[in-house]
Design a protein around this ligand. Structure first.
Ligand code: ADP
Ligand code: MG
Length: 288
């Protein structure tokens, strides 16, 4: 009778947007004490829209910042890239060719465009490379921001906004009612992270983390006795997903994330994580 209960629950889970690849992960779901969420595409919809283009250099206007950036973003699969390319399309801008393209994992992209060295990068990247973050940015940005560097000069920045999923607040609240902590772990800037985590009533947030730091954070939580589930969608997230007690890949993300994880959230809906934990509890209660 035992395998039948499991089989039934697994089928039920599939109906509820969960693909259980690894039965141990499902079995263990009832032990979760902390869920670490990535932001983009899980708690938020993951559709970025350009809200602001700011030029910081007299040689380049807003349109030029967008045009140069689009060359790099055309080679990227990040949701930020999709947002920038959408704007470029709306404005009918012709996209130049990018050569020597390179993804700077968790920090941005770089390439040569029309003979110029161009980088489109996170605020964290600027700090690490001792490039000054402009005061105007520091004072008022609560959106995702990418800086555009042309031949080592800070040319400007693009601000993009994303929306919190309507189901996220309820999911976090239900986890909290079940005494499960929710932590936001993101490569995005601290202001965005703080705003999302506060809006959703999460325990805490960790921002501007690089891929290898995601893995370290999971280890840290485990060392403190937490039984950790983590959601992720990117190639970046694979090591942390593997380290987590339960790795949950978000449906629309990369294949590598899905391969590493024990569970796939088919509809990218955070509410399905709550379902997973409740199913897990119900299933294994019946067995004991
Ligand atoms: P997340 O935790 O949201 O998945 P990522 O690690 O994917 O974060 O990205 C972290 C940051 O790196 C982004 O917020 C952005 O600043 C920068 N970044 C990543 N990819 C790109 C890109 N294609 N273009 C510009 N910036 C990027
Ligand atoms: Mg990501």
């Amino acid at each position: 009778a035992v395998p039948l209960v499991v089989a039934k629950s697994t089928a039920l889970s599939a109906k509820h947007g969960l693909l259980i690849k690894n039965r141990t992960a499902f079995e263990n779901s009832r032990k979760i004490t902390t869920v670490v969420f990535d932001k983009t595409g899980t708690l938020t919809i993951g559709k970025f829209e350009v809200s602001k283009i700011i030029s910081l250099h007299s040689d380049v206007d807003d349109k030029e910042i967008l045009r140069i950036s689009s060359a790099l973003e055309q080679k990227s699969e990040h949701p930020i890239a999709t947002g920038i390319l959408q704007k470029v399309k709306e404005l009918n801008i012709a996209i130049p060719t990018a050569e020597n393209f390179k993804a700077l994992t968790g920090q941005g992209v770089e390439a040569t465009v029309e003979g110029k060295e161009v980088r489109v990068v996170s605020p964290g990247y600027l700090k690490e490379n001792n490039l000054n973050v402009p005061d105007s940015y520091q004072s008022d940005e609560t959106e995702t921001v990418v800086f555009v560097i042309i031949d080592n000069q800070l040319a400007g920045y693009i601000a993009l906004s994303d929306q919190i999923r309507p189901e996220s607040a309820g999911a976090i609240q239900t986890l909290s009612e079940n005494h499960i902590k929710s932590i936001l772990l993101t490569g995005d800037n601290a202001k965005v992270a703080e705003s999302v985590s506060k809006t959703l009533g999460m325990e805490s947030f960790i921002a501007e983390v690089l891929p290898h730091q995601k893995l370290e954070k999971i280890k840290e939580l485990q060392a403190h006795g937490e039984f950790v589930a983590m959601t992720g969608d990117g190639v970046n997230d694979a090591p942390a997903l593997a380290q987590a007690d339960i790795g949950i890949a978000v449906g629309s993300g990369s294949d590598i994330a899905a391969e590493t994880a024990g569970i796939v959230l088919v509809n990218s809906n955070p509410k399905d994580i709550v379902n997973l934990i409740l199913f897990g509890k119900a299933t294994y209660k019946k067995m004991i």
